[in-house]
Design a protein around this ligand. Structure first.
Ligand SMILES: Cc1cc2nc3c(=O)[nH]c(=O)nc-3n(C[C@H](O)[C@H](O)[C@H](O)COP(=O)(O)O)c2cc1C
Length: 213
């Protein structure tokens, strides 16, 4: 049985453009995997706290020395990581806010980047520990950034996910969403075409199947 984790980060919840595209993908995936399990993590609506010294200290404390408060903080982070570990496929909604990723996503990344749990250092350098997953990222932007130096998101998200072991990351863009209705409609339609293409390719045989094998 395959597991899909959908991570939503839009301020607008279900009304977000990134959530809408992610939902379209997930609905198609459910049709293709009727037995599949979908779990949704909404880091905007159910906000992950900012990383503070108190929280980081809880992460790095030896488990047997943690206070009850530290246990709760570390346990919350490990619950988020367990959701990722269970997933074969991860779908991330990624709006562009003020030239960067939503701060809620940064807070989430700060809770899942855990030495010894999601990555470790070896004599050959860092090794990501969340392997064998496929990630689809739905990046929505008011303007046009893809392929330019102003795209601050793609490399950052790819690098972070790669660092914790997720190296198979596919970005689907919908840009120009604030540049008039024609631009918006065309961008959404194009992103949906890409989703159709992914699903059609998947039918013979789906990348997800090989990931989960
Ligand atoms: C707070 C905020 C900041 C934004 N900053 C930018 C920006 O820097 N560049 C841009 O092109 N669009 C910007 N936008 C437009 C969003 O990228 C665009 O509306 C996108 O569809 C948002 O995705 P969402 O609907 O999933 O939240 C911003 C929108 C909001 C609400």
């Amino acid at each position: 049985m395959k597991h899909l984790l959908q991570i939503n980060t839009s301020l607008f919840g279900e009304g977000g453009q990134s959530t809408g595209l992610a939902n379209t993908f997930v609905n198609n995936w459910k049709e293709a995997h009727p037995e599949g399990v979908v779990h949704v993590r909404d880091v905007a609506g159910d906000a992950v706290p900012h990383l503070t010294l108190e929280r980081f200290s809880a992460f790095i404390a030896k488990p047997e020395t943690r206070t009850p408060e530290q246990q709760a903080i570390a346990g919350y982070s490990e619950m988020l990581i367990d959701e990722l570990k269970r997933a074969d496929v991860i779908v991330l909604g990624l709006p562009l806010y003020n030239f960067g990723v939503p701060s809620s996503l940064k807070a989430y990344f700060d809770h899942i980047g855990r030495a010894g749990i999601t990555f470790r250092y070896t004599d050959k350098g860092p090794e990501g520990l969340l392997k064998g997953k496929k990630v689809f990222v739905f990046a929505t932007r008011g303007g046009l950034y893809s392929g330019t130096p102003l795209d601050t998101q793609t490399n950052y998200v790819r690098d972070f996910l790669g660092f914790i072991g997720m190296k198979d990351v596919e970005f689907i863009y919908a840009e120009g969403l604030a540049m008039g209705d024609a631009s918006k409609d065309a961008a959404i339609a194009k992103a949906k075409q890409v989703i159709d293409g992914i699903m059609n390719t998947a039918k013979q045989p789906y990348a997800v199947a090989s990931v989960a094998a």
